[in-house]
Write a protein that binds this ligand. Structure first.
Ligand SMILES: C[S@@+](CC[C@H](N)C(=O)[O-])C[C@H]1O[C@@H](n2cnc3c(N)ncnc32)[C@H](O)[C@@H]1O
Length: 258
């Protein structure tokens, strides 16, 4: 039996296994992904605080919010209500001053990156205040947001979990629609694999490559501004089913039809 034979027998998000395996340590991938979010969002900062959407936010809306500088207004959605509940619990705890040690490790890295003179706990508290709305929503159906609403759309380890390339392309087009002209999309995805692992089980993924991603971004009308593949060092310390990730960023043209 392969890991994929076990997939979906357990909700690894609701059980907490996903958070434990992928977020207890900052790790190489999370540091790389967080640094990438900052790199792509930071040039937008002269505009002021960003209207930010985390699409397929899972339980990590607050975790990834830590890496986007500024006084932002953050929204997010995910298919799985257990993930929204997890994220909302964490946000409520952070606002009340109770800090998860995994979040603290990520916040320490973000505070260093940003050169902030505040504690990681204070950074987490401020970011928790910036999260305005989380809810359930489906990446493969029209997204629950207005056209041209956001400066920044981020989607981390989510689009590759969709069931088909048609749904992947649909979601990319919805991201393009959600962005305002000049707004940016940042994607983090696992690459060159058909499954990712959690709790000894395999979950199917679309097999992403650099060339495939470039073609699909071109199909949205967005302008590719950065794409790179990063070999994962975390593969040596956990069973994750993939050895690399792709970091992609694209911008909506100022005169856009997307
Ligand atoms: C590997 S997790 C990543 C979650 C989070 N963004 C992170 O960085 O940890 C994949 C996420 O995609 C979500 N997802 C899968 N299919 C979806 C869909 N059709 N619409 C919305 N979310 C979906 C899952 O519920 C899950 O939270």
């Amino acid at each position: 039996m392969t890991p994929l034979d076990f997939a979906r027998e357990e909700d690894v998000f609701a059980s907490g296994a996903y958070w434990r395996e992928y977020y207890t340590e900052l790790g190489h991938e999370n540091a790389a992904a967080g640094e990438f979010l900052r790199e792509i969002a930071a040039p937008l900062m002269p505009i002021g605080g960003l209207d930010l959407l985390d699409a397929g936010c899972g339980p990590t809306a607050l975790y990834w919010a830590l890496f986007v500088p500024g006084q932002n207004r953050i929204e997010g959605f995910d298919l799985n209500p257990a993930n929204i509940a997890h994220a909302e619990r964490q946000i409520a705890q952070a606002r009340a001053g109770t800090i998860d040690p995994s979040l603290e490790a990520a916040a320490r890295h973000a505070v260093d990156l940003f050169g902030l003179k505040i504690s990681p706990a204070e950074h987490i508290r401020r970011k928790a205040q910036q999260i305005r709305k989380l809810g359930t929503g489906d990446l493969t159906r029209p997204w629950p947001c207005e056209k041209g609403r956001y400066d920044f759309v981020q989607s981390v380890f989510a689009l590759e979990c969709l069931p088909s390339w048609e749904s992947f392309e649909f979601a990319l087009n919805q991201a393009a629609r959600a962005l305002m002209p000049g707004g940016r999309l940042a994607l983090v995805n696992v690459s060159r694999t058909n499954e990712w692992h959690c709790n000894g089980m395999g979950f199917p993924t679309l097999n992403l490559t650099l060339d495939g991603m470039k073609q699909r971004i071109a199909g949205t009308g967005l302008e590719l501004i950065e794409i790179r593949e990063v070999e994962s060092k975390d593969v040596s310390v956990r069973d994750q089913g993939y050895g690399s990730i792709i970091l992609t960023a694209a911008q909506k043209p100022l005169r856009a039809s997307a």
